[in-house]
Design a binder for this molecule. Structure first.
Ligand SMILES: Nc1ncnc2c1ncn2[C@@H]1O[C@H](COP(=O)(O)OP(=O)(O)O)[C@@H](O)[C@H]1O
Ligand SMILES: [Mg+2]
Length: 382
């Protein structure tokens, strides 16, 4: 068991080009389940491989259990990695696959068998110990890959999209099992996924990355309720938060023929005469008296209990269609004009120039905060 620290660590594959990981500063607690999430190519695997020692660190440091491991070889870092493709040895049985790392490490046969047996019990693999990987289902292979990591009792588990080869239903079951298992073992885990639902359901905290830069690291609840910037707001949540520009007038925003006063002088932080308004589908309702923002319904998605309506509000520049959750039994029809009203207490406002959050609780780990840190550091070095 150990904490993990990325101390302004960067990975620059091509000198002069944008770093794949840019001054990542992240402290992961002992026993924590931390998820790294972001779109494809944002640097998740690179960040994990830096921690594993498989990728050089060009700036900064990485610490495991308080010890600087930046120059420690992968085999001496006491970590175990679970990959997307499982990387099982096809000619070995399940038991041999699970015990192989222990054998290499010179652990005696009896202890090896005992540890493999224990892991197999935890993972429901006892009946399959003598089988070869090809005689297993995808889910069972995934569990063998987990078992291989568990038998080593490492300080940290590193998992790179370990569920992406499973079908949707199995993925949902397995994510619950993995989260429960690592919590039971109290082993610090860094888990990579591009799937924000997986991130939100599994992580104690979730770290959102974009273009190699940390956007926000927070609990799932806070990411959802207080996204630090427009990117996090649009990335976390399904269906997505609607984001569109609205006019501001002093401390008010103008939404169609409605006016919402924003508390705490939050709008003082910007001089622009527009702000980006973000509203989650469940935080908008349809008005019956013609107030609010007129919108023509383009698509109605019926889900039984609820329905989602998608549309483009009149005269407003949206990033994506606007999405409103409505009662499932009586959704409006396609082509109909409705009037929508955001719930004033749940609106998210972002600076039109920087994309940073303006109202409510402002999370600490914004790129701006990181930038300020970086500048402070540069000043201190001068
Ligand atoms: N070995 C490499 N050499 C050069 N560029 C690389 C290498 N590996 C990854 N990259 C680049 O670094 C960025 C981050 O990649 P990666 O960490 O694999 O992202 P993710 O896992 O989030 O999809 C991408 O732009 C990718 O093309
Ligand atoms: Mg990857």
């Amino acid at each position: 068991m150990a904490s993990v620290t990325y101390d302004r660590a960067s990975r620059i594959y091509t000198p002069g080009a944008r770093p794949a990981i840019n001054q990542l500063h992240l402290e992961i607690e002992d026993g924590e389940f931390l998820v790294l999430v972001g779109p494809s190519g944002c640097g998740k695997s690179t960040a994990l491989r830096m921690l594993a020692g498989l990728e050089e660190i060009n700036e900064g440091r990485i610490l495991i259990g308080g010890e600087d491991v930046s120059h420690v070889s992968p085999k001496d870092r006491d970590i175990a990695m679970v990959f997307q493709n499982y990387a099982l040895y096809p000619h070995m049985s399940v038991a041999e696959n699970m015990g192989f790392a222990l054998k290499i490490a010179g652990v005696a046969k009896e202890e090896r068998n005992e540890r493999v047996r224990k892991a197999a019990e935890i993972l429901d693999l006892v009946p399959y110990l003598e089988r070869k990987p090809k005689a297993l289902s995808g889910g069972q292979r995934q569990r063998v890959a987990m078992g291989r990591a568990i038998v080593r009792s490492p300080k940290v588990f590193l998992m790179d999209e370990p569920l992406s080869n499973l079908d949707a239903k199995l993925r949902v079951q397995t994510r619950t099992q993995i989260a429960a298992l690592t919590r039971e073992l109290q082993t610090t885990t860094v888990y990579v996924t591009h799937d924000q639902v997986e991130a939100m359901t599994m992580g104690d905290r979730v770290c959102v990355l974009k273009d190699g830069v940390l956007q926000q690291v927070d609990t799932p609840r806070n990411l959802y309720d207080n996204p630090a910037n427009v990117f996090v707001a649009g990335f976390i949540g399904s269906p997505a938060m609607s984001l569109f520009k609205v006019a501001r007038d002093g401390q008010d925003i103008i939404v169609g023929n409605d006016r919402i006063t924003i508390p705490d002088n939050a709008l003082q932080k910007t001089e622009a005469d527009e702000v980006i308004l973000g509203v989650r589908p469940e935080d908008m309702s349809l008005s019956t008296d013609g107030t609010g923002l007129p919108m023509v319904v383009d698509v109605v998605e019926e889900l039984g209990a609820d329905a989602y309506i998608y549309g483009s509000p009149e005269g407003i520049n949206t990033f994506q269609p606007l999405i409103v959750r409505v009662e499932g039994r009586r959704p409006p029809a396609k082509g109909e004009t409705v009037h929508i009203k955001p719930a004033a207490e749940y609106v998210h406002l972002f600076d039109v120039n920087t994309g940073l959050r303006l109202n409510g609780e402002i999370p600490e780990n914004t790129p701006e905060a990181q930038l300020a840190d970086v500048e402070a550091l540069a000043d201190a070095e001068e």
